[in-house]
Design a protein around this ligand. Structure first.
Ligand SMILES: Nc1ncnc2c1ncn2[C@@H]1O[C@H](COP(=O)(O)OP(=O)(O)OP(=O)(O)O)[C@@H](O)[C@H]1O
Length: 634
């Protein structure tokens, strides 16, 4: 039967949400995992291999200690079973009591030693895996972050990649638990194999009994873990949206509007609605799990009945002795206990292991999508930056943001990009600076396409003040010197940059000067006004002292005197050879630019100097007059 558009498969989120629109859909292929024991067993070796590789890189000595302890533990466990069988045989033999004690004493000593060795190995395994786990998680987290900071900017605009990144960060944390579970699981496996080996030694007919006893629980565990993982993947967007709503209700940035516009109740309502969806999904999972477990419980009961029935038959038939059957029952019982902890660990391991697999896949995806570390080194300072037939479409967008753009920027020029909101100015700046690569056409640095250049060295030549520059929650000093994070902070350079941008006055008014923490959420932290932050953002770009300065609405929050000052300084920089790409709606500041490009709907509509564009009387002239007229007193 076909589902209508509004129905949805159980365990899948709805297609549309009043708050997030289509955003609630799973953003990447979240096909349900093929649940079941076979799927689990197929994936388990890969999971264990990832963990072992990580463990080896993080702390090879701890890993070796764990492996040795598990191995010795297996031998000790087998010795325990075999000496038990000898003791039982001795106990039920017809020999006189004196002889029995004499014969059984050394066996009892072996049993005691084996148990002591087992305990010691267990302690070693616990201590070593306790050291190994956090190191593994740290390494996994670092590997992911190392890859994440290198991926192409355009991948960071992709919702699907963000979803996977969230899962992968949880996966990196999970590696610690996977390590612990793998170690525990190996321990339990060793015990089960020891029992299996002993059963083979006692009577090979007993071996299948153990497998029959274990099968139902193993099936139930694999099925449950796969269902949970599939659900987590499908509902990852909802989890992120719940986190986002909680963050909006508690963050400093949204606090004012949450109160003044009384958005708190509205957000709470939607949080409750989404949380209910999440709870419903958890309840569905729990129901499914309960069903699987009860089926597995019934099958386990049948398996136990069969096991003891067969043992009894073997004794009655005379195919095995009473002592051997007793030891077999003991070994099966012990391995059932091992299996109970095996099952718990397996469940944990499989669930966390699937997250770990996701971590590894995202690391690989990030590596594939990384900015190439090699390429031609661009000449420094760059003489010309230009675009030819440049077209760029954002991932998932239907229409291009830039469509056939040709512009030229020469060293030491101030080139202004103006145009209506959404006309493509910021996108063009990101392409000129190699943050995005063209969908078609080209961006050329000294005639070489940016895609062929070593972009790390290209970025060395760029200082950027974007519209939404980062307000680092660090000290005022760090907010400026992060302009050149690869060099030791330079006091003189900081003072120069601060003087040029008015940031010196900002730092002068702070309680601890440049050492004041600019993060209200931390003890001793404070915050700045929008204009004060903008001065720090500009100071950061000045401190960077790069041959190309890209400024996107650099003075939107500055007072008139500061604004004039900044534009004077920008002109001075250009006179000294810095190339300036200026994006602004303040057309008065554009008048001094060497060339102005007017963008409309992703295309260059007009170009020229301020004077020639005014003479042409087109789009630019109309915008300019509109702004100028606002200052006329009627
Ligand atoms: N990350 C993004 N993902 C998808 N589309 C985007 C993204 N950023 C911008 N756009 C779209 O690209 C087009 C150009 O946006 P851009 O930010 O370049 O305009 P702009 O001229 O700088 O606008 P403004 O003057 O408002 O800053 C717009 O239609 C916008 O909706």
């Amino acid at each position: 039967m076909r589902r209508t558009r509004h129905e949805r498969a159980p365990g899948r989120p709805a297609e549309h949400d009043p708050l997030f629109g289509r955003g609630i859909r799973p953003a990447y292929d979240a096909a349900p995992e093929d649940a079941g024991t076979r799927a689990a067993l197929r994936r388990l070796p890969a999971i264990v291999a990832i963990t072992l590789r990580l463990g080896y890189r993080a702390d090879p000595r701890a890993l070796a200690a764990v492996a040795a302890a598990q191995l010795v533990m297996g031998v000790a466990t087998s010795a325990t079973y075999l000496s038990t069988q000898r003791l039982l045989t001795g106990l039920f033999s017809a020999a006189p009591a004196d002889g029995k004690i004499h014969a059984m004493a050394p066996v009892a000593a072996v049993l005691a030693c084996a148990m002591a060795v087992r305990g010691l190995c267990d302690a070693v395994a616990v201590a070593a895996s306790g050291r190994l786990g956090p190191r593994v998680a740290q390494r996994a987290q670092l590997m992911l972050l190392e890859q994440a900071v290198r991926v192409e900017q355009v991948l960071m605009e992709d919702a699907a990649f963000h979803d996977r990144l969230s899962t992968a960060r949880r996966g990196a944390d999970a590696t610690s638990r996977v390590t612990q579970s793998t170690v525990g699981l190996c321990g339990e496996l060793v015990s089960i194999f020891a029992a299996l080996w002993v059963l083979v030694a006692l009577n090979p007919l007993l071996t299948p009994l153990l497998l029959v006893a274990l099968a139902p629980r193993a099936w139930s565990v694999a099925r449950t873990a796969a269902a949970r993982h599939s659900s987590m993947k499908s509902w990852m967007q909802l989890t992120r949206q719940l986190d986002l709503l909680a963050q909006l209700m508690t963050s400093h940035e949204s606090a004012e509007e949450v109160r003044a516009h009384r958005v708190g109740g509205f957000l709470l309502g939607h949080y409750r609605r989404l949380a209910t969806l999440s709870a419903r999904e958890q309840a569905r999972l729990a129901r499914e799990e309960a069903l699987t477990r009860s089926l597995a419980g019934a099958l386990s009961g049948l398996a136990a009945l069969a096991t003891y029935g067969v043992l009894l038959l073997l004794v009655v038939d005379g195919r095995t002795t009473f002592a051997t059957a007793g030891t077999a029952a003991f070994a099966i019982r012990s391995s059932m206990m091992s299996l109970t902890s095996f099952v718990t660990r397996f469940q944990q391991l499989y669930q966390d292991g699937l997250l770990t697999t996701e971590w590894r896949e995202v690391c690989a995806r990030a590596r594939d999508g990384a900015v190439p570390a090699r390429g031609l080194t661009p000449a420094a300072p760059v003489e010309t930056i230009g675009t030819r037939g440049l077209r760029f479409t954002y991932p998932g967008a239907r229409t291009p943001a830039l469509d056939g753009v040709d512009i030229d920027v020469r060293r030491g020029e101030v080139v202004a990009l103006v145009g209506d909101n959404g006309s493509g100015k910021s996108t063009l700046a990101k392409l000129l600076t190699g943050l995005y690569l063209p969908s078609s056409g080209s961006v050329l640095w000294n005639g070489v396409p940016t895609g062929e250049l070593d972009r790390d060295t290209l970025w060395d030549q760029i200082a950027l003040v974007s519209q939404d520059f980062v307000q680092w929650p660090f000290t005022a000093r760090m907010n400026v010197v992060t302009g050149r994070p690869d060099r030791e902070p330079d006091g003189r350079r900081l003072a120069d940059a601060a003087r040029s941008t008015g940031a010196d006055a900002v730092a002068g008014r702070l309680d601890d000067g440049w050492d004041t923490l600019l993060a209200r959420e931390f003890f001793g932290g404070t915050d700045l006004s929008g204009g004060q932050w903008q001065r720090l953002g500009l100071a950061r770009a000045w401190y960077r002292d790069a041959p190309v300065l890209v400024v996107d609405e650099p003075t939107s929050a500055l007072d008139p005197a500061a604004e004039i000052d900044v534009f004077n300084k920008i002109t001075e920089l250009a006179a000294r050879g810095t190339t300036v790409i200026l994006i602004t709606h303040r057309l008065a500041s554009v008048a001094r630019a060497d060339r102005v490009y007017v963008l409309a709907d992703g295309r260059v509509a007009e170009q020229g100097t301020h004077a020639s564009l005014m003479d042409a009387g087109g789009r630019y002239a109309a915008m300019y007059r509109l702004q100028a007229d606002q200052f006329l007193v009627t």
